[in-house]
Design a protein around this ligand. Structure first.
Ligand SMILES: Cc1cc2nc3c(=O)[nH]c(=O)nc-3n(C[C@H](O)[C@H](O)[C@H](O)COP(=O)(O)O)c2cc1C
Length: 201
């Protein structure tokens, strides 16, 4: 098991689901992990860290069927200041929708980055219902898959894994709608207001 760097590409990294997934990953992988949130200001520090690691795990959410800008901007910095020895890259992505396949386009974007910049590609874990699963009775499914994903990286026998809440789509949509409507109420935001493009008060 080599040293492994975990980089969180969520725009809300300190309070993110990605952070929770990264914590579970670390406890499954063992001692040799180092974790950082990607921020606007720490690109040079993280690029330097990458130079001294054998494996990097990017943990991030799906944003508009693609990569969040926090991660995109970091990849641009990395392209401009690449490490001499390229670590292998693995990806743990979570999305709000039920289907883990929603994440596939973003995974392809990461593969393309790795191919074009000569990083060996490692394992992938795609999580659907990523906003909900950890606080549901199905948490164990996510933990189990993260363990398998971590094992595959530790052993160098890379693979692609996925998990989600085993619910019918209709039920998931109803539960998600009532969750967000109640969440909005707490902040005085109505369902109608949430359906507009006006995201800031
Ligand atoms: C601006 C924005 C765009 C999003 N786009 C998608 C999307 O295209 N598909 C999807 O399934 N979830 C989408 N989501 C939901 C997030 O992927 C989901 O809430 C995830 O759990 C956030 O992870 P994080 O807490 O690590 O940032 C979006 C969320 C935001 C805020």
């Amino acid at each position: 098991m080599g040293n492994l760097l975990i980089l969180n590409g969520s725009p809300r990294a300190p309070r993110s689901n990605s952070r929770r997934y990264a914590q579970i990953f670390s406890s499954c992988y063992g001692e040799n992990t180092e974790y950082f949130d990607i921020s606007k200001r720490n690109h040079p520090e993280l690029c330097a860290k990458l130079a001294g690691t054998s494996h990097v795990l990017f943990v991030f959410p799906l944003y508009a069927d693609g990569l969040p800008v926090t991660l995109l901007n970091f990849l641009k910095s990395l392209e401009a200041a690449p490490p001499q020895n390229k670590p292998a890259v693995s990806v743990l992505i979570n999305c709000g929708f039920l289907e883990p396949q929603q994440n596939e386009m973003a995974v392809e974007m990461m593969r393309l980055f790795c191919r074009q910049n000569h990083y060996p590609f490692g394992s992938v874990l795609k999580i659907g219902s990523g906003e909900a699963i950890l606080d549901s009775p199905f948490r164990f499914l996510a933990v189990r898959k993260i363990r398998r994903f971590a094992d595959s990286i530790a052993k160098g026998s890379y693979g692609t894994f996925q998990t989600t809440m085993p619910l019918p789509k209709g039920l998931f949509v109803k539960a998600a709608a009532s969750y967000w409507i109640n969440y909005g109420k707490k902040f005085g935001v109505t369902k109608e207001a949430m359906q507009t493009m006006q995201i800031e008060p």
